[in-house]
Design a protein around this ligand. Structure first.
Ligand code: ATP
Length: 386
């Protein structure tokens, strides 16, 4: 019987209520399949920062971050609270965690389930079923840039990642009274290669036949020519899977006009961020969109699973949040841990409850609570128990 140690971080706003339901469904999946969870809750969020770390730029200490890495996975609710600067939540926790544990894959599946309507006309269940893979640690999100007023500036910027260290010396001359902001994007060949390989492996495992590689090499050729070259090299190892290239503008249009043509999308960080939100919105919205920040090598770094929405302060404490994104994030966690049967049960139970249409949270036009939804899915899962 397999035991998994998982760190639970509820966070802020609706975080505690959605994660409670996610955990409930994971407990049901464990009961159905004979695995065991060892949960350990961590109090990181706004209250913790205000009480223990006010004024510090990170939400947790480095020792606390390192301790998260002793688990098999991190299951996360949501953070965001007016008492904490955004930079502390982002650079001081979420981005830091990605870099610290080298979570270079952001997996954001988008599937239209039975019982959920798409804002796109005429789409039937499963017409939209996209494994969306976003590169998670490079590109234009490396946090390097500057802004200045004056005539001359010199900046020394450093990038430190598991795969590279780089220093950029930037000299700028400007007309007096003008102002400049700039942002650097960078990509390494090895990171491009391992990201694309993850996509091909996932396609093979799920018996899919086509991958779409997003780029913008017609304009940003230094960075995306490298991305495409490495992808083509990887593709040679998978002759059974077709790889098509798509410029991001065209892909955006196709996601709206004919999303059924996509099976696996692999996108660089920034375009992936934007396109995956669009993908989430065409399968029902934020309440249905899970995400995994993944290091595929479990020994090299822990992975973190979360809904892609934020802490939704406007509905926090009312018990009406939709926990499905969090429950489906738990499904991604089970899949990552190699518990495919349990993962399938979670998805099946979720879809059955959605299709039955009896339990609907207010974002779905119903009056059920967050707890009603978690209870219904956990109960259905136990009925499906093999
Ligand atoms: P962040 O910047 O942290 O992502 P945000 O304010 O941009 O936060 P969210 O917190 O994700 O966005 O919320 C956006 C809107 O979607 C809000 O109106 C919120 O109530 C709604 N929302 C988000 N998650 C859920 C959910 N699980 N169930 C119901 N409504 C939700």
């Amino acid at each position: 019987m397999k035991t998994y140690r998982v760190a639970l971080i509820e966070g802020d706003g609706i975080g505690p209520e959605i994660l409670r339901e996610g955990k409930k469904v994971m407990d049901a999946a464990a009961e159905a399949t004979g695995i065991t969870w060892q949960w350990k809750a961590y109090p990181y969020g706004a209250d913790h920062w205000v009480q223990n770390r006010k004024g510090f730029p990170t939400l947790v200490t480095e020792a606390e971050m390192a301790e998260l890495g002793t688990h098999d996975a991190v299951y996360f609710g949501a953070i965001g609270d007016p008492r904490v600067p955004d930079s502390v939540n982002q650079a001081g926790l979420l981005l830091w965690m990605r870099f610290y544990f080298d979570q270079y894959i952001n997996l954001r599946p988008a599937k239209l389930y039975r019982g959920v309507s798409s804002p796109l006309a005429g789409k039937k269940p499963h017409d939209i079923d996209i494994c969306f893979i976003r590169e998670n640690s490079e590109d234009f999100y490396i946090g390097l840039g500057g802004r200045f007023k004056g005539t001359r500036s010199h900046d020394e910027l450093e990038m430190r990642r598991a795969l590279c260290k780089a220093r950029f010396d930037v000299d700028i001359s400007l007309e007096p009274a003008d102002e400049m902001g700039y942002q650097i994007g960078a990509m390494t060949g090895r990171n491009a290669e391992r990201t694309v390989r993850y996509g091909f492996e996932l396609a093979r495992r799920k018996k899919l036949t086509r991958i779409t590689l997003i780029h913008k090499a017609n304009v940003l050729m230094k960075i995306y020519d490298l991305w495409i070259e490495r992808a083509r090299q990887v593709a040679r190892d998978y002759p059974d899977i077709e790889m098509e290239l798509a410029i991001v503008d065209a892909a955006t249009m196709w996601l709206v006009r004919a999303p059924e043509r996509f099976q696996v999308i692999i996108a660089p960080n920034m375009f992936g961020d934007i396109l995956s939100d669009l993908a989430a919105s065409i399968v029902g919205g934020l309440g249905f969109a899970p995400g995994g920040n993944i290091n595929p090598d479990r020994k090299a770094g822990v992975s973190m699973f979360e809904p892609i929405h934020g802490s939704a302060p406007d509905i926090a404490g009312k018990g009406i949040a939709n926990p499905i994104a969090t429950i489906l994030a738990g499904q991604l966690m089970l899949d990552h841990l190699g518990e495919e049967r349990a993962a399938l049960l979670v998805e099946q139970a979720t879809e059955d409850v959605l299709a039955a249409g009896k339990v609907r949270t207010p974002d779905m036009g119903g009056r059920s609570t967050c707890r009603d939804m978690g209870d219904a899915i956990a109960e259905r899962l136990l009925q499906l128990k093999p």
